[in-house]
Design a protein around this ligand. Structure first.
Ligand code: GLU
Length: 307
């Protein structure tokens, strides 16, 4: 197989799509997110050889939102192991990421850890162990990128918390089914702060190398996760990581990925590299519109995907 020319690919994808900046709709259901400049567009690719390639606003930090769910899940799985799967499923939801309907039907057990209800269960696991659970997520992220832990934006966390009625409804419903152990307010506070962590495309691409490198620390060497767990996490990303559009995303892009309503998407090409794209305008499913197009161009131009 031809080696990937990541530098050229990143440059080309960015140049091809630059004229389309501003497409999509910036998330405004969290008021503090609505103020982000819709013209931002960054791409970063981190190779397993340790080299980093980027274009556009790749160094600008943004609100990682649901991308945090991946790293919180890693911590919860390290704590609970397989027992976690009794409290949260591993199937695509087929409904919106913040839907309540399915949760009622399925007795308070969320379909997967990447929809909001599933992420709340994951945060509940972290709350039981850590006094300040989002600190554990921040510490993991800092460890992965060999930097001080990234910070969260308190104003974004507060803004989400003040408007978290739907997440609160889900949390209370799960509590009523006995699937939440800590107090609902504690879980919601921790969830909102975790979503408000800020990182750049370069930092996220580097952190996601953990999954491209089958569980080794992004700098190589130290094993942080068993290879089998990295495989399973990639499978979950592929089937559940991009909201209710995971099927279409797999069809178009063909990479395990996790998106967030801040407009970021991390994607993993196992054995080769990890990518992160950021453009705040979202499509109807809540995935970055330009970010999805960029990843689609990347796999088309490179001829590489997991398929
Ligand atoms: N904090 C957001 C929420 O709970 C995260 C959503 C997302 O990025 O998918 O609504």
């Amino acid at each position: 197989m031809r080696p990937l020319n990541l530098a050229a690919l990143v440059e080309r994808v960015h140049a091809e799509l630059l004229a389309q900046r501003g497409r999509g709709r910036v998330a405004d259901y969290i008021p503090a997110l609505a103020t982000v400049d819709p013209m931002r567009f960054g791409i970063a690719a981190a190779g397993l050889d340790g080299r980093l390639h980027c274009a556009g606003d790749a160094h600008q930090r943004f609100s990682i939102q649901s991308i945090s769910k991946l790293f919180a899940l890693i911590l919860a799985l390290q704590m609970e192991g397989r027992a976690l799967w009794r409290r949260v499923g591993r199937e695509p939801s087929g409904t919106a990421f913040n839907s309540l309907v399915q949760l009622e039907h399925e007795a308070g057990v969320p379909r997967n850890p990447f929809i909001n209800a599933g992420a709340l269960v994951v945060v509940d696991v972290l709350c039981a162990r850590h006094a300040v659970p989002q600190n554990a997520v921040q510490e993991l992220l800092g460890r992965l990128i060999d930097s001080p832990p990234p910070r969260h934006d308190a104003a974004v966390a507060r803004s989400e918390r003040e408007h978290a009625h739907r997440n609160a409804a889900m949390a209370h419903l799960m509590k009523s089914f006995g699937n939440l152990r800590c107090p609902v307010d504690q879980v919601l506070d921790a969830y909102c702060r975790q979503c408000a962590i800020e990182m750049s495309c370069t930092e996220l691409a580097r952190a996601a190398l953990l999954l491209a490198g089958h569980g080794l620390h992004p700098s190589g060497g130290e094993r942080l996760l068993p290879g089998s767990l990295a495989k399973r996490l990639n499978a979950l990303l592929l089937t559940c990581g991009t909201y209710d559009a995971a099927g279409d995303f797999a069809f178009r892009v063909g990479l395990p990925a996790k998106s967030g309503v801040g407009g970021g998407i991390v994607a993993v090409l196992p054995g080769e590299c990890a990518l992160c794209v950021w453009s705040p305008g979202l499509d109807e499913a809540g995935n970055s519109l330009l970010g999805t197009l960029a990843l689609e161009r990347f796999t088309t131009l490179s001829g590489r995907s997991v398929f």
